[in-house]
Design a protein around this ligand. Structure first.
Ligand code: DHB
Length: 316
């Protein structure tokens, strides 16, 4: 009922983890790959060329409606994830393995893209939007760098990898038509075939009234906002990129129930990722959201995602 495709790759169902949450260590990845955990794909923590410990703690905080984090890309380094893909292959329950890449420089990104263990990795999600590295802005808000990176990455992917390889980008939220148009044009002139929207909403600030203080330590309390408050922004981004590109859209942002997942798919998502809610509820969130989504579909007599994907109607 929930089976889907990202680019040409089939997923047995459309829900999986957002990069960043419980997908950093070998244990984390093994657990996601376990047949008991109902995810349609496994996505790694965004990796950098060298391993990183990340920002000082506390670096994550949440309440009912939102989360804020400034993890600072803690990860085990590119080689670990690239090599892990080989081991992963031997315990595969047919969940595609997607590597999230967040190089600190363009050169690092291109190196990582060039040297992927392509027999065992199904695709990449190039993170254009990490808000948490001090002194570095988000690539996705710098259209020249975005164009340059996507063009060079496309050249490598076209020459070295199969046509079925998933070339995904993870974008920051955009808020204005000119930005949607500019980024869509860059993507439409490239080999990108999947778009994850949205990354956390960068540089938010949560304040604790009692202590009159910030709630996380890095960057004077500034961090990426996730959770249900960002869902309307996520939906507008999903819907706009669905309309303006041919890419598979992966919805991310504010999904904690089957109803949220339904809305993302209605706006055009082929698959959805769970971030903040996965952090709060752990692995049981996937089966619960799946059950809730199926229930909504049943009530509406829908038997597949294609029955409603992208079919949002407008008030006239
Ligand atoms: C981090 C990276 C992200 O892309 C994001 O949205 C939030 C946090 C990080 O590791 O800091």
């Amino acid at each position: 009922m929930l089976k889907t495709k990202i680019h040409t790759r089939e997923l047995s169902h459309c829900i999986y983890n957002a990069s960043g949450v419980y997908c950093c260590s070998e244990n984390d990845l093994n657990l996601l790959n376990n047949y008991n955990v109902n995810v349609g794909a496994v996505l790694s923590k965004s990796c950098t060329l060298q391993s990183r410990v990340g920002n000082p703690e506390p670096r994550y905080w949440d309440c009912d409606e939102l989360s804020i984090n400034s993890s600072g890309l803690p990860n085990l380094g590119y080689d670990f994830y690239n090599n892990y893909s080989y081991k992963y292959n031997f315990s595969n329950y047919n969940k595609p393995f997607i590597l999230s890449i967040a190089g600190l420089t363009e050169q690092d990104n291109l190196y990582m893209i060039e040297n992927l263990n392509q027999n065992y990795i199904d695709g990449i999600e190039l993170n254009m939007s990490c808000p948490n590295i001090k002194g570095k802005s988000q690539t996705g808000y710098d259209f020249e760098s975005t164009e340059d990176l996507i063009r060079k990455a496309s050249e490598i992917l076209d020459s070295k990898y199969s046509k079925d390889f998933i070339f995904g980008v993870k974008l920051p939220p955009y808020f204005d038509e000119i930005h949607f148009n500019t980024v869509s044009e860059i993507i439409n002139n490239s080999s990108v075939n999947a778009i994850t929207c949205i990354n956390s909403l960068g540089n938010g600030l949560v304040v604790d009234t009692d202590s009159e203080s910030t709630v996380i330590k890095p960057k004077n309390g500034f961090g990426g906002i996730g959770g249900s408050v960002i869902k309307p922004i996520a939906l507008s981004n999903v819907h706009t990129f669905y309309k303006l590109t041919q890419c598979s859209i992966i919805g991310c942002g504010g999904i904690s129930t089957g109803k949220d997942a339904f809305e993302h798919i209605l706006c055009g998502a082929s698959a959805v990722q769970i971030g903040t809610q996965f952090y709060k509820e752990k692995h049981s969130c996937f089966r619960r959201i799946e059950t809730e989504l199926k229930q909504i579909m049943k009530e509406k007599n829908y038997t597949s995602l294609d029955d409603f994907k992208g079919k949002l109607s407008y008030l006239t």
